[in-house]
Design a protein. Structure first.
Length: 306
């Protein structure tokens, strides 16, 4: 009976992860919140299970903090400044305690309390990473809302009517362009034969000019020679007339200088010049006296009265 009871107790403790035949070390850690952590959850070191959570209870000081008792294998050398980090819950809500080894040369002993650390859960980490995207999305939605408000303000009923009328005008313009293009096509089709005749005539004229190029060149050269000859003859005659005119003018000036003729006498005889000047002054005085005293020179007689 005693053996059966011992085997039952040993089996029950073994199923809970405890081995009464192995040496175990009990250590503690204090946390603010252990949501998702339950007794028998594993205690791991570098991904290898070295123990498990044995008890979870409130701290005796009444602060509301949570005491977690862990049992670990004594053959593992753990420095007393190692950290018991409560890992974040995964998508299934499972959590475990991971031992982060310290650098102290003093090993932990039974009953020691390790420094604690709580990692954010996967959902919390995703939420923190998504938070900037959330803010950006909110800003984008606010901007989109502002743009929609502006569009609604701009595109009121009157504006929509104006836009509709503008599109109607554009459609009518396109129709007019199509009609104009059709008219132009028809005109070109009708005048195609005439254009062909004109082009043929132009080609014929060009051919004739090309064939008679030498004759046309001779005609131009002959005309140039005749023009040069005429120009030379006319220039010679003109120069001869100029020379004759200059000779006559020179002879006239020589006669004047010698005192020949009226102009010569007038220019060279100073006494004659003075007499003419005196006579001119007397004539001016006479005309002035006639203007002022006409009765002295004009007698008017009256032969009868009515």
């Amino acid at each position: 009976m005693a053996i059966t009871l011992f085997l039952f107790i040993w089996g029950l403790t073994y199923l809970k992860g405890k081995d009464i035949f192995s040496r175990q070390l009990s250590v503690y850690a204090v946390y603010e919140n252990v949501s998702g952590l339950v007794e028998s959850n594993p205690v791991v070191l570098s991904g290898v299970k070295i123990g498990q959570v044995d008890q979870i209870y409130f701290h005796p000081d009444g602060s509301g903090r949570i005491m977690v008792k862990m049992i670990m294998k004594m053959e593992i050398n753990i420095p007393n400044n190692s950290v018991a980090r409560l890992t974040g819950a995964d998508f299934m809500g499972f959590r475990e305690i991971e031992i982060l080894l310290g650098n102290s040369g003093i090993p932990v002993i039974n009953g020691d309390t390790l420094p604690s650390l709580i990692s954010a859960s996967v959902i919390e980490e995703v939420g923190q990473q998504m938070l900037p995207l959330k803010h950006q999305a909110e800003n984008l939605l606010a901007q989109a809302d502002s743009v929609l408000a502006v569009i609604q303000y701009i595109f009121d009923a009157e504006t929509r009517d104006n836009i509709t009328r503008s599109f109607d005008g554009i459609r009518q313009t396109i129709v007019n362009l199509e009609e104009t293009t059709a008219t132009i096509d028809s005109t070109f089709s009708q005048q195609a034969s005439r254009l062909a005749v004109i082009v043929a005539n132009a080609e014929s004229i060009s051919t004739n000019l090309r064939q008679n190029n030498e004759a046309i060149t001779n005609i131009i050269q002959n005309f140039s020679e005749i023009s040069d000859t005429l120009a030379a003859l006319e220039l010679a005659k003109t120069m001869e007339d100029v020379n004759k005119t200059m000779e006559a003018f020179s002879e006239t000036m020589e006669k004047i200088n010698r005192g020949e003729g009226s102009v010569g006498l007038l220019v060279n005889d100073e006494e004659l010049y003075r007499n003419l000047e005196q006579s001119s002054k007397q004539l001016d005085l006479l005309l002035e006296d006639i203007r002022e005293n006409p009765r002295r020179y004009i007698n008017v007689s009256v032969f009868g009265r009515n």
